[in-house]
Structures are given as C-alpha cells and as structure tokens.
Design a protein around this ligand. Sequence first.
Ligand code: KMH
Ligand code: ZN
Length: 274
Amino acid sequence: MDPLIITCAPGGAEITIEETPYLPYTPAKLAETAKAVREAGGAIVHVHCRTDAGENTHDVARFRQAYDAIRAQTDIIVQFSTGGAIGMTPQERAAVLELRPEMATLTCGSVNFGDDIFENSFPIMRAILTKMNEFGVRPELEIFDKGHLANARRLAKEGLLTFPQHVDFVLGVPGAMEASVANLCDLVGDLPAGCTWSVAGIGRAQLSMALAAIAMGGHVRVGLEDNLYYSKGRLARNEELVARIARIAQEAGRPVATPDEARTILGLPRLAPA
Ligand code: KMH
Ligand code: ZN
C-alpha cells in the first residue's frame, strides 16, 4: 500500500466561530494551523476563507493572502475549495483558480445538503473544470453520491477531464450517501482504473471511515469542516484529529506521506525551490 495521505479540512463554509474556538478564520490562523497539521502528519490542506469577522468569503484577495501565508510557513499541498458555500455563483466559486493552487475540489453533481441543495449542474461543473484546465489546477473529485462517479465519467467523455484522478468520497452529509463501510466499498469498486481515493466521513463517522480507508489502502480527510468533535462532547483542534490518524496508521503499519511523497503519489509536480 502507498503511504497514507492525510488531508485536513480545517474549516468549511458552514460552521461558525460561535460553535468552536478552534476554527482558523484569518490567513495567519490558517497558516499556523496548516503548519501544525503538517507537523502532525498532514500532507494536504483544504482551504475555505473567512473575513476578519469570521464570515465565509470566496474573495480572491483573501485567498491570495491565505495561500501566501500558508506557503510562507509550510510545504503542505494547498487545495482550494471551489464548492464555496450554498448559494454562491459558479463564477464566485471558480474565481480563486486564477491563483493557481496546486489542487482544487470539484464536486461532481448536485446533492441535498441538509435542508439546502448544493448545486452542481453539468454547466456549473463544466465552467469550473474549464477554469481548472485553463490555470493548470489539479482537481480532487468530490463524490457525495454514487451518481457523481457517473457524472465524472461523462465529463471525461466530453474531454474536460482525464482519468485517473484523485477522488474524495464525502459520506454522511444529511441528504447524501450515508457513511458506511458497505457504501465505501461499493464506491471504491466503481472507480475508474488507477484513481487514488480518500474518504471524509461527516460528524462521528469521520473516525470510522478513516479506519476503513487505512485498512483498504485509501487515504483520509479529517478536520473541523466535517466534524467538530474529537470525542463525544469534546471539541477538536485540527492538528489533533490529524495526529490521531497518523498514530493509528503507524500502528497499522501504514507510513504517513509527507507532502512531497503525496505529490509523487498524486502525480503533482514538486514545489519550485523558494
Ligand atoms: N460548503 C459546501 C457547500 C468543497 O469545498 O469543495 C461545499 C464544500 C465542498 O465545502
Ligand atoms: Zn470544503
């Protein structure tokens, strides 16, 4: 098995600064968290941004500040969100790609998202992918439901995407595919040849899905975007969620990938020397 790539999603668009004191919401805090996550065994940081008041934003200038701040602290792979928040326009979601992050997410279909709808029609996916291709940004395919893999194959047939790719299964969002080992096995069995994959279990499923991925040869995403708690009633810090996965992987005989090892596994170029 390849070394384990641990991705940390330190804070998504939905959580609020009132819910946890551990949400890194300024570029400086994001950079500090990325450094701590890297030291704990993380290889990829998945980035959403916020204003100084803690409100979610997809402002390009704010992403630039966050990117520069993270890069000044650590060699971790920086992956931008193009999912953004419910209700954002595709243009807002895709604008940050002009900063040419190493990776960015591409959600491969619309999905119920709690009481909302996370809209990813084919025109939206095509628009985001076209920008990714224009700026040479590697996608990570976010799969919330089984049909999303079929959608990705359709985008490949249209010539907008080539396989293999790195795929992240997001399991346990209310309204989407449930987080179970049976569902995970089903999805992995349906992957195009050569794809690498990780799983992000939502809420308390974060740990069980990570354990399954470690055993199956997949990779793992953890972080406050998907789960606020370390254990029942105890709020988590991002780096301790990463450290726990690294510890378990070591015990299971699975070494943890450095960012450069992850770049090799994912076929990403090495960082240019500073
Ligand atoms: N905030 C969610 C609606 C992504 O980052 O690519 C979507 C999301 C996915 O977080
Ligand atoms: Zn996200």
